[in-house]
Structures are given as C-alpha cells and as structure tokens.
Design a protein around this ligand. Structure first.
Ligand SMILES: [Zn+2]
Length: 438
C-alpha cells in the first residue's frame, strides 16, 4: 500500500515553513552571517528524495549555493533558469509579533523572515519539481534550478560567484525567472493585475570623500572636511532627480492607468503612481534615478579636526541613465569631493513579449480568471544582475495571489513578514502550469 502522494500545492506550505525555520541571516559580513549551507543541504535532500542530483558550490565557508538540472523533452531548446536565493535579511525578534524563524501559521498566513523574500518561491519550485518527479512529468525544455547564497548583500558569494566560477552549471540557459514579480494587485472583484518584472534599476554604491586641513578642534577652522562633506551629503539627500520614463515604466503606467480608468500624464507619472495603493512602494522609484546617503564616517577624537570625512550613497539608476546620473551626482557633490564605486551593477531590462510571457499570462489566467499580467520595473536589484552577464533574459515571476488590502511591498525586509497560505498554494499551481508550458 502506498500513501497518497501530496500535490505541489499540498507540499509547498510545509517546505516553505521548513526553510523559514533554517536561519540563513545575511548581515553582509561573512563573520556574522548564518550562511546558507544548512538550507542548501535541505534543498539537496528534498531533491535527492525524488531522484534529482544537485551540485553544491561554496564560495566561502558556509556560503553555499545549489544548482540542479531537470532534463527537458526537447534538448534543442535553450534551458530555463529558475532561481531563488536562500539567504534572508536580519530580523530582530524583539520587534516581531512571532518568532521570525519559527514558521508559525496564524490567521491564514505563514509568518517568518523569508516568507515573501524569498523562501516562498524556493518552496514552490521544490514542490513542483518533487511532484513532477513523483508523477513522471518532464518539462518541455531543460530546467536549471539555482538556489543561491548572498543575494541580500549583492550576490558576490552567490549568483556572481556561480557566474564567475561555475558557469558550466548554467550552460545553455537563455531565459530566467525568479523574484520580484508575479504578485497581484487587486483593482476590483474581477480584475487583478499581476506585476511581472521585466526590468530593474542599476546599482551604484558610492563612497564620497571630503578632504580638509587637520587641526585642533579648539581653533577657528575654515577648511574642515566634516563640514564640507556634510554640506555635500545634504545637497544629495535633498535632491530630486528628473523624471525619465523608460519603456518599461511607460508601458506599465499606460496599461495600469487604462485599467484603473485614470488619466495618465507622462509629464507627471507620480500622480498615477500615487493611486496604486499597496504597490506604489514598488513602482514609486522607477521613474527617476535616486541617491540616498546611508552611512557617515569621520573623525576619531572630540577635539581633532580630521583630514578626511566619508559618506556612503546608495544610488539606483534607470536603464540607460548610468553616465548621466554620474555627471549629475558629481555636479551635486561639487569639485572638492572625491567619489569611488563600492558597487556598480548595470540596470536590467527586457521586453514584455514572446512565448515565455504568453505562458505566464496563460498560467495566471487558468488559476485566476481575473488575472491580467503587466510588465513593471523593480527599483531594487536581484540575482538577475548576475545572470544577465551570461546573456540570459531575466523576468521576475514568483506568482502569488494576495489579499486586496495587504501591504505587500512593506513585507519585504519588514517586521512580521508573512505570506498568505492560500496565496502560496496558488503560486505553486501557477508555477506548475507555467513550467509545463514554458
Ligand atoms: Zn529577495
């Protein structure tokens, strides 16, 4: 006698809960990060149980990523990369209503760090593949599964490490799906927009340095590096970069305006964005470059004027805007401030068309007759930046049906991160349909 095999929608909640219970906190510092090894070994074991071999690769002790390949029926087609990161940002238990690593189910939600970013999608992928392996389903093309380390700190120990050192594992991949997209925004009872990510902004983390004449803090001092830096940083922090409508943002706003029945003024896209309720947070920063001062560092003693002062600026650039942005920030900071890149990664952008996009739309519609897929740009960055280096066309499509009033954007890296249990099960069903037809 055999016990009934669970479907992917049955199993996805347990898998996600197990993954949440494995603390994979990434502080951005290997010395204090929990590492992804235990989670990667868990995923490897769940794949091995159904006959899928996985390759584990470690960039530093404990910083483990996993890659596995499921052969498709048509080897002549390019492979589809399905990727999710295993790490999570830190969570302070003092601030939470539940244990952030407890995986508690309460009020129809599965709670915990990583519930939406992005152990939910990791669990969906695992659930679908396990179900297929048990029931003999083969995908139309090779699927390459990547579960990565270090996405939350830029991916140097995860996706970029794989691209730099183990690109053979990703051979033949032409398209990719991962975060952040595929979630719903309810317009009305019978219309839900599902935002598919087709672009993401570039990252420029800058270190700005002011120089001055060092000296005693008790004297009159008109060449103080701290003063110069503070003035420059304040100019950057208060500056609003001009609106630049990229193809993706224009397509998104035009489509959404029409569906919502609101006027779209290309000269004032923020008026449209302000009407988008819970998803405004996702799209608000996608019509201009941004630069936010995030760190300050100067001095070593109360009565010593230092010779240097430093600031870190987290800057995000629209596709095609990288050089124009740099010119503008140099002008803002002024000629006496030096800048150096701590991190520089280009924006990612593709078009919203082709068979893969059609498969996304069809899979959503089959599970939600009120679904309408629309393209959008993410203001943050993901592992797509690494895959893009291999010429892979990247989409954010981690399907989730959300309750109308949920502040989804606020859950990312937020306190009391949680995912609706029914949304998770919905996601597994959509992913199953999508991957069968991709
Ligand atoms: Zn993420």
């Amino acid at each position: 006698m055999t016990s009934p095999t669970p479907s992917s929608a049955d199993e996805v909640v347990d898998l996600c809960r197990d993954l949440i219970r494995i603390d994979t906190t990434n502080t951005g510092d290997n010395a204090t990060s929990a590492g992804e090894r235990v989670a990667a070994e868990y995923v490897a074991e769940k794949l091995a149980e159904v006959g899928v071999d996985a390759e584990l690769r470690e960039s530093a002790p404990g910083r483990t990523s996993l890659v596995a390949r499921i052969p498709g029926t048509d080897p002549s087609r390019g492979a589809l990369l399905v990727h999710g990161h295993l790490d999570v940002v830190p969570a302070d238990p003092q601030e939470w209503s539940v244990d952030p690593f407890g995986g508690e189910i309460r009020d129809g939600y599965l709670w915990g760090r990583g519930a939406v970013d992005m152990k939910d999608f990791d669990a969906m992928v695992l659930a679908v593949v396990r179900d297929w392996q048990r029931t003999g389903v083969r995908p139309p093309r090779d699927l390459v599964l990547a579960f990565t380390a270090d996405e939350e700190a830029g991916g140097d120990y995860g996706a970029h490490f794989l691209v730099d050192n183990h690109a053979d594992l990703l051979e033949g991949c032409t398209e990719a799906v991962g975060e952040v997209g595929g979630f719903s925004f309810t317009v009305s009872e019978d219309l839900r927009l599902y935002l598919v990510q087709t672009a993401e902004k570039g990252i420029q983390w800058l270190r700005a340095t002011a120089h001055g004449r060092p000296g005693h803090g008790s004297m009159i001092h008109d060449d103080n590096a701290v003063t110069a830096l503070a003035e420059a940083v304040a100019r950057v922090g208060r500056h609003r970069f001009p609106i630049v409508l990229t193809d993706t943002a224009a397509a998104f706003l035009a489509e959404v305006s029409e569906l919502l029945g609101i006027e779209f003024d290309p000269a004032d896209p923020e008026a449209t964005i302000s009407k988008l309720g819970p998803i405004a947070g996702f799209v608000g920063a996608t019509v201009r470059n941004t630069a936010n001062p995030t760190r300050l560092d100067a001095g070593y003693k109360e009565n010593v004027v230092p010779s240097q002062a430093h600031a870190t600026l987290d800057c995000r650039t629209l596709p095609g805007q990288s050089e124009a942005f740099l010119k503008e920030i140099r002008d803002l900071l002024g000629p006496d401030i030096d800048i150096a890149h701590i991190q520089r990664q280009p924006a990612v952008e593709t078009t919203f068309d082709g068979p893969l996009v059609a498969a996304m739309s069809a899979a959503l519609l089959a599970e939600d007759p009120g679904a309408k897929a629309v393209p959008y740009m993410l203001s943050g960055g993901t592992d797509a930046k690494a895959w893009q280096r291999l010429g892979i066309r990247c989409f954010g499509f981690a399907p989730l049906r959300l309750p109308p009033d949920l502040n989804f954007a606020g859950l990312f890296h937020g306190i009391d991160e949680r995912v609706p249990v029914e949304g998770l099960r919905f996601g597994a069903r959509v992913l199953d349909r999508f991957l069968r037809t991709s």
